[in-house]
Design a binder for this molecule. Structure first.
Ligand code: PMM
Length: 268
């Protein structure tokens, strides 16, 4: 079985929930991307628009201006770069600048041109379960059976990506932990992971520093702040690495890479 890979998060945004504002400067962002690679990241995921619940959208030009210089510099340095965007125009421009992955938290639903743009460039694609932009997603966190519904909606995203011509060998699925989901929904999805595995594609675990971990550790009324959630994040990385998850998307690369190394040694 292939080793679980680590995707390091590089948010070039002023307002992301755990690292907003830290990497707005291009040189600082590139240096942080390279540091994550040194710590064991196989892919650096560059994002220019926060998806934090209730955040406002940025314009396409602003989003592209934030990510493009960072993408180009990291790609020039030989880093495998993914771009976290829901916009086809941003995807096209960054793929043309050297990115090889698009990480689309809308699963192709936010922009009707996205799947075609990815397919035309032969890029790799992460399709995530999504029920609306940040301002809408709280109201959409309503399920009778969260595992069955997320699975069915993610299967539809998978099928749309394949129908658009995205290479099946370059497709990864993500249940979208924390997107239009309560803490209970998130835990149910993690516990019901086998049903997602049955979709037949590699899966990405993206739980890093998310609020449901803060609530677990500090209680719902006083959630532990994001930087105090890295041990819990790494624990989940190790747990799912032992189950063969394709990759984990995390802020703190070192701790998850270590947890994965231990899980793999134990399973060897
Ligand atoms: N979560 C965030 C951003 N991008 N991409 C994928 N594929 N899956 C996620 O769960 C996800 C994502 C939330 O914001 P962050 O960049 O601060 O983690």
């Amino acid at each position: 079985m292939a080793r679980t890979l680590v995707m390091g998060i590089l948010n070039v945004t002023p307002d992301s929930f755990s690292d907003g504002g830290r990497w707005v400067d291009t040189d600082a962002a590139v240096a942080h991307g390279l540091a994550m690679v040194a710590d064991g990241a196989a892919i650096v995921d560059v994002g220019g628009e926060s998806t934090r619940p209730d955040s406002d959208r940025v314009g396409a030009e602003e989003e592209l201006a934030r990510v493009l210089p960072v993408v180009a510099a990291l790609a020039d340095a030989g880093v495998t770069v993914s771009v976290d965007t829901t916009r086809a125009s941003v995807a096209a421009a960054t793929l043309d600048a050297g990115a090889t992955w698009i990480n689309d938290v809308s699963g192709g639903l936010a922009d009707p041109r996205m799947l075609g743009a990815v397919a035309a460039r032969g890029a790799s694609y992460i399709t995530m379960h999504w029920r609306g932009h940040a301002r809408e997603m709280g109201a959409n966190a309503v399920y009778d059976d969260v595992v069955a519904e997320v699975r069915a909606e993610l299967a539809a995203c998978r099928d749309a990506a394949l129908a658009a011509g995205i290479d099946p060998g370059r497709l990864v699925l993500d249940p979208g932990i924390g997107f239009a989901k309560t803490a209970e929904h998130n835990w149910a999805l993690l516990q019901g992971w086998d049903a997602l595995d049955a979709l037949g594609f590699p899966l990405l675990l993206a739980v890093s520093r998310k609020r449901f971990l803060g609530s677990l550790l500090g209680g719902p009324d006083a959630p532990r702040p994001p930087v105090g959630r890295d041990v819990a994040t790494a624990q989940l990385s190790g747990h799912f690495a032992a189950r063969g998850v394709w990759g984990v998307r995390v802020h703190d690369v070192r701790s998850s890479a270590d947890a994965i190394a231990v899980a793999e040694r134990m399973g060897a």
